[in-house]
Design a protein around this ligand. Structure first.
Ligand SMILES: [Zn+2]
Length: 165
């Protein structure tokens, strides 16, 4: 079964109870230093997110409403993950100002960019990732800056979706 990603990611703010609102994790809208560049095969190297120009100490905001999944140090870099239903956004390097389990809105401050260089050479950047289950997606689809693609739909419960609605 295929599902168009747009049905998962309604663009822009909607009426109350309607479409999910998504925002850039940095303000103002940042320059994209390096785009999403997925490998042809899962085991190959690639770039599983987008790198956004950022200053060390700059505030980082949740891209959409959800709940903080984890907020901790991973190999010397702070990583924050926000769970939005089946989607998950990841932000690094970030010194978290939220704890796991915290409910956030689009635009809730979750931390600040750490002054860790290397991922973008000699300039600081924020690596922003998006996952749907085990699949990586281009996070720029959230802010309407990447082409929409089809992706396979599955569920943790294999019986879900097998029954016609
Ligand atoms: Zn990156």
């Amino acid at each position: 079964m295929l599902l168009v990603i747009t049905t998962l990611l309604p663009a822009g703010p909607g009426p109350a109870g309607g479409a999910t609102e998504w925002r850039w994790p940095l303000r103002p809208a940042p320059q994209v230093l390096r785009p999403y560049d997925p490998p042809a095969h899962p085991w190959e190297a690639g770039h599983r997110g987008a790198d956004l120009a950022a200053r060390p100490g700059q505030a980082v905001y949740a891209a959409g409403p959800g709940r903080v999944g984890y907020a901790r140090d991973l190999a010397g870099r702070g990583v924050v993950t926000v769970i939005h239903g089946r989607l998950r956004t990841t932000y690094l390097p970030v010194r978290a100002t939220v704890r796991p389990g915290r409910v956030v809105k689009a635009g809730t401050r979750i931390g600040v960019v750490e002054g860790v260089l290397g991922h973008c050479g000699q300039v600081a950047c924020l690596h922003w990732g998006l996952r749907h289950g085990l699949s990586y997606l281009d996070p720029l689809i959230l802010v309407g800056r990447a082409p929409v693609r089809l992706l396979p739909w599955w569920d943790d419960d294999p019986t879900v979706g097998m029954t016609p609605p």
